[in-house]
Design a protein around this ligand. Structure first.
Ligand code: ZN
Length: 455
């Protein structure tokens, strides 16, 4: 029998036989090299953080935690991610380096990747030292041999068996991290994800599937009996969700601009997505007053008049809407519209006198300037930060107390976190010469300003 090639690191036993295929052996070595490089990169960033903290400490400067945050901010710029993400990654790497020798070693030899390392860290931070040592050794070995999800399940079982109380603590802590996340994609679609207790997620899944399947087969039966029917998916009047379902589907899925050919019944997967969305958008919230879901969007005038099909774009630039959908939104009689007068600015900085050039006498900017800056900035102005300007503070770049003016040139949007960093002197506004503050922005925005505030 042939000898297995000598690989560095050797393949895990379960897949060792694949090493006989030269291409697979090469792929394994490339994968290991990428993991080693990532480990070396994170080590360098951890070393940098330690040095910055030590220097600050020696100079008796800023507090420890802020020195760490400073270093993470620079790491974030280098990695091209938000400083929050950089912080999470570096905290995990730091914990592994200090407390998980076997895991850290496996990462450096290319046996495991960052995803697995972070799973071990997440589980490990709740464990007592003596349990941690046992879990570290076993997990480093298993992580190399198992797929990512299989490993996560194995790790949970192993911890529960080794230290049941720690496992309970872990599930309790993890539960506090529940959240909902929205990611807007460039193709007019978005991903909504929720990190929920499994028992709740499983119940939602069951409910969604039962109701969708009921409607789906009802629609198929009806279609089979009467092919002349346009779409009868929405004849249900007994479910709590019947209202929203009817609204979404009453006149056929095609009418909502949903995917699929006009007149064609939606697939089961599409029905699930439609019903899920309808539940969240139309069900009562239990709030004492109606909830206003305000969406700030910029629509070029030519798109509104159908002269062009340029897409509309959200104020924070995180999503776009194709021209048809933008026009449908603008003419939706169920929606309440707040119209803003637009000034077309083919080149940023070319606008006539507008609210962005006015200097106000008080410290606090009036609402009209605030709204104009939301549209101008879109997001928190720190590189890589994605917090929408709508949820940011308006900060005086040159502080009001030091003679800074209340005008658009001196105000910028900063999220609470970056605002705090700046207030503590860790963030400095970009240098401003005579150039327009918006001169480097992409010149594609038609800026829409409130009609009632335009001079
Ligand atoms: Zn920010």
């Amino acid at each position: 029998m042939d000898q297995l090639p000598v690989l560095d690191p050797p393949m895990p036993q379960a897949v060792e036989h694949l090493g006989f295929e030269p291409e697979l052996a090469a792929a394994w070595e490339h994968q290991a090299a990428a993991r080693k490089a990532e480990a070396a990169k994170l080590t360098a960033l951890l070393d940098y953080t330690s040095r910055v903290v030590a220097e600050c400490h020696a100079e008796g400067g800023i507090p420890h935690q802020e020195a760490v945050r400073d270093a993470h901010l620079e790491a974030a710029m280098l990695l091209g991610v938000s400083d929050m993400t950089a912080g999470v990654i570096l905290d995990a790497a730091g914990f592994a380096r200090n407390h998980l020798p076997a895991t850290w070693q496996a990462f450096h030899t290319g046996l495991i990747d960052l995803v697995r390392l972070r799973k071990i860290v997440d589980a490990g931070c709740e464990l007592e030292d003596h349990v941690l040592a046992i879990v570290d050794a076993a997990a480093a070995e298993q992580a190399a041999a198992r797929s990512t999800s299989d490993f996560a399940h194995w790790l949970a079982r192993y911890i529960a068996k080794t230290d049941f109380e720690a496992y309970e603590r872990l599930t309790r802590t993890t539960r506090t991290r529940r959240h909902v996340q929205f990611a807007h994609l460039p193709n007019g679609m978005s991903i909504v994800s929720a990190f929920l207790p499994t028992i709740e997620a499983a119940a939602i899944e069951k409910r969604l599937k039962i109701i969708t399947r009921r409607h789906h087969s009802a629609a198929k039966d009806t279609a089979a009996q009467d092919t002349a029917a346009t779409d009868t998916a929405a004849t249900d009047a007994q479910q709590g969700s019947a209202g929203s379902w009817s609204r979404e589907h009453g006149a056929g899925a095609g009418e909502c601009g949903r995917p699929g050919q006009a007149g064609e019944s939606p697939t089961l997967a599409q029905r699930e997505a439609d019903l899920f969305s309808a539940w969240l958008r139309t069900n009562p919230t239990g709030e004492p007053a109606p909830v206003e879901a305000k969406i700030m969007i910029m629509i070029p005038e030519a798109t509104l008049t159908s002269e062009s099909n340029d897409p509309a774009i959200s104020a924070d630039r995180s999503w776009a809407l194709d021209a048809d959908q933008a026009r449908a939104l603008a003419t939706d009689t169920d929606a309440e519209h707040h119209w803003y007068q637009g000034i077309t600015r083919p080149r940023a900085g070319d606008a006539d006198v507008d609210v962005l050039t006015v200097t106000y006498s008080g410290r606090y900017p009036p609402q009209r300037l605030r709204e104009a800056i939301i549209f101008r900035d879109g997001r928190c102005q720190i590189q890589g930060c994605t917090v929408a300007a709508e949820r940011c503070d308006l900060d005086h770049q040159t502080p009001w107390d030091s003679g800074g003016q209340t005008n658009a040139a001196n105000l910028w949007s900063l999220c609470r976190r970056h605002h705090r960093l700046k207030s503590h002197g860790h963030l400095h506004p970009p240098p401003r010469g005579d150039t327009e503050p918006t001169a480097s922005r992409p010149p594609v925005i038609d800026l829409w300003l409130p009609t009632h505030t335009y001079p």
